[in-house]
Design a protein around this ligand. Structure first.
Ligand code: KG4
Length: 340
């Protein structure tokens, strides 16, 4: 068998990541996260691209070194072409294109969201695990996207439902900000929620037909509840932060699961997966497992390390595109918005 070595590069938001995959097996995955955004309560695009510039060379060098290969051994370079922050994407895409020119290797472009889905197929020697069978449904929930994806094969995916406004992660992050908690809010809300009563507060839920999501109403109802309660008791948030977090988390999980269950019933596909940063959430994972235990579906939940942005998933997606000889012209530009 011919050796296929893919170098993957991810720089769509605030993580600079590089990974090496050999014949579909992960050799290395190195990520430099950016702490600079914490003081601002969200990712600052200009600061993110500057940090990517500083991190990209050492991150790629370390990934190559850890994999025990030379750059010349690489068969192709796969990079996230979009969606994401344009300034951030440009750093990774330009770096990948430069490598392709200097090594005379093809470029493989990866849609970041498809990368998240294919994180389920990342295998490591000695740690092999069962992977979802095609076709399966994947709930993709990240900071910028909430989608139900019908995955027909590695390279053939269809969006069944998507958010018409805010994403689940973005909503949790914003509500965390309203409460004066840190960024990113997801892990903080998750931790607090474990100590709170999920039924203490009722927030509004969307009534959207079909499989699309909406979270802007929930965000507004959370903000109005806080404003009203704080005007009566300035210590309201401090006194109730665990219950607020648990109630918010329950609402988000219920909204996500309701549509997913509906899609499972409609399609008859009982193999489901979850992907993206929000899939690290404890209540969401529990909801997946409990439906699995009751025999409703077979669930695939990725390891924590592959829920957030990483280049291993980009290299993996690049590997399958490489097998299809699906290469990308060097003059193809990065794109910031979701491409369906
Ligand atoms: O996939 P990701 O790393 O980046 C994007 O591509 O957007 O997702 C980041 C999102 C953030 O909104 C973050 O707050 C959320 O994932 N997140 C969580 C948890 N860990 C990360 N949300 C809920 N519970 C968590 N444990």
């Amino acid at each position: 068998m011919q050796d296929i070595i893919i170098l993957g590069i991810e720089s769509s938001c605030d993580d600079t990541s590089a990974a090496v995959i050999h014949n579909g097996c992960l050799l290395s995955n190195v990520t430099a996260s950016q702490q600079v955004h914490e003081d601002y309560g969200g990712v600052v695009p200009e600061l993110a691209s500057r940090a990517h510039q500083q991190n990209i060379l050492p991150t790629v060098s370390e990934a190559v070194k850890k994999a025990g290969i030379e750059l010349e051994d690489v068969s192709a370079v796969a990079c996230t072409l979009g969606p994401g922050l344009m300034g951030s994407l440009l750093v990774g895409v330009s770096f990948a294109k430069g490598l392709c020119v200097s090594l005379s290797r093809p470029l493989v472009s990866v849609n970041h969201l498809q990368g998240h889905v294919l994180a389920h197929f990342i295998q490591q020697k000695g740690k092999e695990h069962e992977v979802p069978e095609f076709p399966f449904l994947c709930l993709l929930v990240s900071g910028g996207n909430s989608q139900i994806v019908l995955v027909k094969s590695y390279n053939d995916m269809e969006i069944v439902g998507k958010t018409i406004d805010d994403a689940a992660g973005e909503t949790i992050d914003k509500c965390s900000k309203f409460m004066g908690l840190g960024y990113p809010g997801g892990p903080i809300i998750d931790k607090l929620a474990r100590l709170g009563n999920p039924n203490a507060f009722i927030f509004s839920k969307p009534h959207i037909k079909g499989y699309d999501y909406s979270f802007s109403g929930l965000k507004t109802s959370f903000l109005y509840k806080l404003r009203e309660a704080v005007s009566e008791d300035p210590d309201f948030i401090e006194k109730n932060k665990e219950d607020l977090a648990a109630s918010l988390e329950r609402t988000v999980v219920e909204v996500l699961m309701d549509k997913l269950v509906k899609a499972v019933k409609k399609t008859g596909i009982r193999c489901v997966a979850v992907a993206g940063g929000v899939s690290a959430n404890t209540a969401l994972r529990n909801a997946f497992v409990s439906r699995c235990d009751s025999g409703f579906w077979k669930a695939f939940i990725p390891p924590f390390s592959y829920t957030t942005d990483n280049a291993a998933m980009i290299a993996m997606a690049g590997y399958y595109k490489y097998l299809n000889k699906d290469f990308c012209s060097l003059d193809t530009p990065a794109f910031s918005r979701v491409k369906v």
